[in-house]
Ligand binder design. Structure first.
Ligand code: N01
Length: 555
């Protein structure tokens, strides 16, 4: 294989690599492993002081994965998947972080990771066909290729509440939780936000706090996770069939095998059959399994209404105060069009005497004061601490935070001013040799994320080898292919109910962000076929060119 290696030492400053990977989360670590194995000189730059990405930052109480642990793991090493033991059905944040650290150690990845460093800017040098990247430490690094493994939910966001700087108590964000943890015992605590993070955290902090006030703007659907220790028989059986399960996962909509796909439309069943089906899924636990009750829950509003109403019935049956129950019943979006949450005792928590739901849908937060939170109608809630569970500038935030300049001075922020534009969620036209791992318009956030990362990194690795075999220095997405893929994504999204929700998938949680549906929701199975076809047609939709120059000579 004709890998053109850069020798960082020979070149002095700036340091030169074959591939610069941004981010040492699940995607970045696998990129390092895979590309290093192929002989590339790889450097990973990571803002945190350790590996883990989303699982490093999100240390809030109750943080857990909503994909079962036997699925939510790397598949690239059979040794790894056979030796690792997951203690519970769904991995906790500490357990998943332990696993990621184990991977970093076992495969000796840390030596090529530079921690505590943030990328500030990246500029493509067209003459040299190299990226020149600058960091917040004032260093410059060059690389033939950039792999942006920057994550989709990695830019935590606190809304610009008036008066926030006046608050005398402590504030936290779920996505920037202190490493040492926080004990809210004897405190009056406000949690703002009831997405997945808030819903996971609320039952736990309710048990600590003297009083918990939950500020809810939009009620969300949540199902019981039915956490349990992992059944040893299930683990053995899973491990015996890992390889075929991993293969099968690529042929499913969400990249997760083991859930029999539905065969029937919701309205073809009688109300009694539907009730029984939903109840069975409810008892099993699991969001995909629930959404798999019928074929059309995410495409037919009337079908979806039956599932939504089933869950609203459960909320009403659980929460004793009917007014609170009604406020907790989501009515503004179809179930599943926002991330369907898995919880442990979320609705039950509102039966506690020390928990108050503050419905701010029609009475928003007016200001944060020295002592707490004041609403538009003048009501004030005095608290000792505020936990913002207010989410992220999802999917585009991390990349737009970097000043990225591509071919002909094309600037990423401008290119994306009306919403993200990518080809396959993997490349952006005008930004040659820069790949995005699980970028917008790929199934990433709508699938098993580790599989999505492996899929993309394997594509990138194969692409670099293909270029090198041909002595080609540059690959870019064509403007036409990108435009067609963006249009296809929107068309697919419009054939579903997803755009009906004000979700972060739509950019709706960030004031001023373009309202464009960002993930690809055509299913992992169709996306995989598309990537296979593109490769089989010699990277159809990509523009290749340039001759590889020896890195040292290129500087
Ligand atoms: O963030 P969110 P998240 N005033 O954006 C509210 C993944 N995840 O961190 O809906 C008042 O979902 C906002 O209200 P509204 C998962 O993919 C996975 O919870 O915009 N409230 C909402 O209630 C998830 O979807 C896991 O009206 C404001 C909340 O803050 C994604 O991460 C666990 C507000 C934000 O919810 C993000 O989840 C955790 C304002 N100005 C996260 N601004 C698991 O795997 C925002 N809000 C289990």
């Amino acid at each position: 294989m004709a890998v053109v290696k850069s020798d960082p030492k020979a070149e002095g400053t700036p340091q030169a690599f074959d591939v610069l990977v941004v981010g040492a989360g699940v995607g970045g670590l696998y990129a390092l492993y895979r590309l290093r194995q192929l002989g590339y000189r790889v450097r990973v730059i990571e803002a945190a002081d350790n590996v883990g990405g989303t699982w490093y930052w999100n240390r809030y109480p109750g943080c857990r994965c909503d994909v079962e642990s036997m699925e939510y793991s790397y598949s690239f090493s059979d040794e790894l998947q056979q030796e690792w033991h997951w203690p519970e059905r769904y991995g906790t944040q500490p357990e998943i972080l332990k696993y990621i650290n184990h991977v970093a150690d076992h495969f000796d990845l840390r030596r090529d990771i530079q921690f505590n460093t943030r990328i500030r800017a990246a500029r493509f040098d067209e003459a040299a066909n190299r990226w020149i990247v600058t960091t917040d430490r004032g260093e410059a690094v060059t690389a033939r290729f950039c792999v942006m493994a920057t994550g989709n939910l990695s830019t935590p966001r606190v809304p610009a509440f008036k008066g926030i700087e006046r608050f005398k108590g402590r504030t936290y964000h779920t996505g920037l939780w202190p490493k040492e943890g926080v004990d809210f015992t004897a405190q009056r605590l406000a949690v703002i936000g009831t997405g997945s993070s808030g819903v996971q955290m609320i039952p736990i902090v309710a048990k600590q706090a003297k009083h918990l006030f939950v500020f809810q703007r939009t009620a969300n659907f949540s199902l019981p996770a039915m956490h349990a220790p992992l059944d040893p028989a299930k683990e053995r059986q899973h491990k015996a069939t890992y390889a075929e399960r991993r293969r099968a996962a690529y042929d499913t909509p969400f990249g997760i095998a083991g859930y029999p796909p539905p065969t029937k439309q919701a309205l073809q069943a009688t109300p009694e059959e539907r009730e029984a089906d939903y109840q069975r899924k409810w008892n099993e636990g699991g969001s995909i399994s629930f959404l798999y009750s019928y074929t059309d829950l995410l495409t037919n509003k009337e079908a979806n209404d039956t599932a939504s109403e089933f869950v609203r019935g459960k909320i009403r049956a659980t929460v004793r105060d009917p007014k609170v129950a009604e406020a907790l019943c989501p009515k503004d979006h179809p179930i599943g069009t926002k991330r369907l949450i898995l919880d442990s005792d979320y609705y039950e928590t509102y039966n506690r005497d020390n928990v108050t739901l503050v419905d701010i849908r029609n009475n928003p937060i007016e200001t944060i004061t020295e002592k707490g939170i004041r609403l538009a109608n003048g009501e004030e809630y005095e608290v000792d601490a505020i936990a913002f569970a207010t989410g992220f500038d999802a999917m585009t935030g991390a990349l737009k935070d970097i000043d990225i300049e591509g071919r002909g001075g094309r600037n990423l922020r401008q290119h994306w001013q009306d919403g993200p534009r990518t080809y396959l969620g993997l490349m952006i036209a005008g930004f040659p040799n820069l790949f995005t791992v699980t970028g917008p318009q790929s199934p990433g956030v709508k699938s098993q994320m580790i599989l999505a990362c492996e899929h993309h990194v394997d594509f990138i690795a194969a692409c670099l080898q293909w270029l090198d075999r041909r002595g080609l220095a540059r690959i870019d997405a064509s403007d036409e292919a990108e435009a067609k893929w963006v249009a296809h994504n929107l068309q697919v999204a419009d054939s579903t109910l997803y755009p009906l929700a004000n979700s972060w998938y739509m950019g709706a949680n960030i004031p001023g962000k373009p309202r464009v549906f960002m993930p690809y929701v055509g299913g992992v199975q169709n996306y995989r076929k598309k990537l296979d076809e593109v490769v089989a047609k010699d990277y159809e939709g990509f523009v290749v060119g340039g001759k590889v120059r020896q890195a040292a000579a290129a500087e």
